[in-house]
Design a binder for this molecule. Sequence first.
Ligand SMILES: C[S@@+](CC[C@H](N)C(=O)[O-])C[C@H]1O[C@@H](n2cnc3c(N)ncnc32)[C@H](O)[C@@H]1O
Length: 345
Amino acid sequence: MDAPDTSGQSAAANGDHAAAAPPPLSKSARKKQMKQQMREKRKAERKSAEKERKRQELERKRREWDEKLAGASEEERARLVESRREARKERMERRSEERGMKVARLRRAAEVGQKLVIDLEFGHLMSPNEIHSLVQQVMYCYAVNGRCASPAHLWLTGCRGEIETQLQRLPGYDKWIIEKERKSYIEALDDQKENMVYLTADAEVELQELDPAKIYIIGGLVDRNRWKGITLEKAKEQGIQSAKLPIGGYLKMSSSKVLTVNQVVEILVKFLETRDWKTAFFQVIPQRKMCEDESETRTEEAEMDSEQAEDGNEVEGASGDDSEVEGELEEGERKRLRVEKPISE
Ligand SMILES: C[S@@+](CC[C@H](N)C(=O)[O-])C[C@H]1O[C@@H](n2cnc3c(N)ncnc32)[C@H](O)[C@@H]1O
């Protein structure tokens, strides 16, 4: 395997810009890059097709409404308008009630929730596209956490530079109920260093449980593992513990066990809810990352779930599909993000 040269990574991990020039691309990395460009092209096409579909749908609904009104008597028209107004009002009230409950949950999480840190100190190692992807992932983490019955206490540390600029452009970001720290986690939580656990796929130790006294750190990095081992190196240098998710004990992966930031946060949040790693992994890890027999099991489980859903039980769908690559939000994730705006105060 032609892995990139990792020398000089610790300087890069600690923000030394001079040492942070990306290693030259190998032949297979160039091939991957081309594939990625193709995927991005297809993604842009899908996005614009979806936009057009939505526009047409809206237009169709508008036309139907106009036709309904046109064919109605004066009295009937007034009734239709009134009932539409009522339905809208009810919808708004329901939404505002839900938002209120979420705010309460997130406020409580800030006091008693499991601390999860997204370490945003790697901005200098990412391209503008990768930073954009990371910001989308952070947005998704915030939304997923807010939906949860007992959310985690989320921290963004080292939140500066381009990452901060892009986060600030997100609608409602200023009102997010989340810790936003320009300082690194080491400085911001300096009296708790012994409780810090850096999560990294390269760790030797496997996580078994989530300890409420511990602070779990996730590397805010979108790098297609170009900077392999960088978070483990950072944790070692800082003298903090490290651990990997216990994926191997529950499912076989067809590719690397390196997950995206939002997948890791979603798994942790699901685990907090269910205390069951298998459920958390199966609900979050995209099928394309699992070996065939595993994804078949999941398909069967998903079928059972959908039967239950038809019977009237609500089921949270799996977030993954086969369409995207590490570093981007999966299609399912984007859809779920669309249906729910990030929660703000
Ligand atoms: C896209 S990965 C970054 C990979 C990067 N090359 C590194 O060395 O961490 C984003 C982050 O998700 C977390 N992560 C991803 N896969 C993980 C796994 N299998 N176990 C634990 N943490 C993981 C890590 O915190 C990681 O830094």
